[in-house]
Design a protein around this ligand. Structure first.
Ligand code: PMP
Length: 400
């Protein structure tokens, strides 16, 4: 287990540098995780806000319930049931200010100092940021042997407070968890009584292949609702509509609902009812589904462009993931190469990337890089990958 300060310094520095780089017009950024702005349904969003502000002012401009507006919770519950979590009811659904807030609320509600969180590295940096104030320790999910498991603490014998997973197109690697791993993880959660967070912001962005069952559906015993299993699910409209709406949701086992609502109330009273009603309208009128379809079509082409460019230009010894969806490809350089060094040289060549070590809570791999493919057009992706490949090849020659 590593002290948080060890990675805090490095990730914080990297974020600052990346922000500065992103502001330079001569730099192509493969660093962020942003949707393509040309997908944003500006007119439909304007119409939805105008409609709910004018026609539903009494509720849309008022404070709302901490757990979110009832019709949106009903709609999300129905969607979760349709995806196989058949005992989920609106009582299980809490609307959050982005799914990022859901992660923070889980930490605030469940974590005490020195509690441990189990996860697979590398992982989503924002989750580590969300839990930093709680000062937890981290431990790896143990995938060795026949069944995954959670290790009790050497000091106290306590199990991790919860586990954190990104089963679909993990940020930062783009990988997807296979169905048998999902089943085994849920079985371990039930056996060891450890709650697993299923963070699923990218699930709708699948470009090929079949969607394995969600952890939530596997944890659902299918009985009478409300759901009370071992998985907390977090979702969002950030990737299917627009991040600026800041509308996400969590599906929470019944025994944890009250605690999360109290935390949410203390944090911001409620997610803006104006944006919740607007998001509801955008979902009901089919704008979200249509935007998600356009996103899949656009991003599939961009992913293919990135994979083709990597294949064409990368020097021998560099490997990468081939994601079936999401926003990221994960590059591994030959052993001994330093991605921090590549980061500086790539910036000089006009390409921003994220050195992979910032995505680790315990044992960083220093020869990894995260690349985003959703935010720049295909020819620009090809140019950026060509420049990056040149930098990596030069670096290898210098080191030889
Ligand atoms: N989880 C993951 C894995 C993410 O990548 C992100 C943001 N990119 C979030 C959660 C938070 O998204 P939001 O708060 O916009 O819903």
């Amino acid at each position: 287990m590593t002290k948080l300060a060890d990675w805090f310094e490095t990730s914080n520095d990297a974020t600052k540098v990346l922000l500065r780089l992103g502001a330079r017009p001569d730099v192509i950024s493969l660093a962020g995780g942003l949707p393509a702005p040309e997908l944003f349904p500006g007119d439909a969003v304007a119409d939805a806000f105008a409609h709910v502000a004018r026609d539903q002012a009494a509720v849309s401009l008022q404070y709302g319930p901490a757990e979110g507006i009832e019709p949106l919770r009903e709609m999300i519950a129905e969607q979760m049931r349709a995806e196989g979590a058949t005992s989920v009811t609106a009582e299980n659904v809490i609307i959050t200010t982005g799914s990022q807030q859901g992660l923070a609320l889980i930490g605030q509600t469940l974590l005490n100092k020195d509690d441990r969180v189990a996860l697979d590295e590398p992982t989503f940096l924002g989750a580590l940021d969300a839990w930093r104030p709680c000062e937890p320790g981290y431990t790896a999910i143990d995938w060795s042997g026949n069944a995954p498991g959670f290790k009790p603490s050497d000091d106290t014998g306590a199990m991790p407070k919860f586990a954190y997973c990104l089963p679909n197109f993990r940020n930062p690697t783009g990988e997807t968890m296979a169905l048998e791993q999902r089943r085994a993880l849920v079985a371990a959660a039930q056996r060891d009584d450890v709650v697993v967070i299923e963070d699923n912001p990218y699930g709708a962005l699948r470009y090929e292949g079949v969607q394995p069952a969600s952890l939530l559906s596997l944890a659902d015993n299918g009985g009478e609702g409300p759901y009370d299993g071992h998985v907390i699910y977090t979702g969002t409209v950030s990737k299917t509509l627009a991040p600026a709406l800041r509308v996400g949701w969590m599906v929470v086992p019944q025994r944890l609902v009250d605690g999360i609502i109290i935390s949410k109330q203390g944090l911001d009273l409620c997610t803006s009812p104006l944006t919740q009603y607007a998001a509801l309208r955008l979902i009901e009128t089919g704008v979200e589904a249509e935007t998600a379809t356009r996103a899949r079509d656009l991003y599939r082409g961009r992913r293919d462009a990135m994979l083709a460019a990597l294949e064409k230009d990368m020097p021998a010894g560099v490997t990468w993931t081939r994601p079936e969806g999401g926003m990221f490809v994960w590059l591994t350089l030959p052993e001994g190469a330093e991605s921090r060094d590549i980061f500086d040289r790539a910036a000089a060549a006009g390409v921003a990337i994220v050195p992979g070590d910032v995505f680790y809570a315990m044992s960083p791999s220093r020869n990894t890089i995260r690349l985003n493919f959703t935010n720049v057009p295909e020819p620009v992706i090809a140019e950026a990958v060509s420049r990056l490949a040149g930098v990596i090849a030069d670096r290898a020659r210098d080191a030889a």
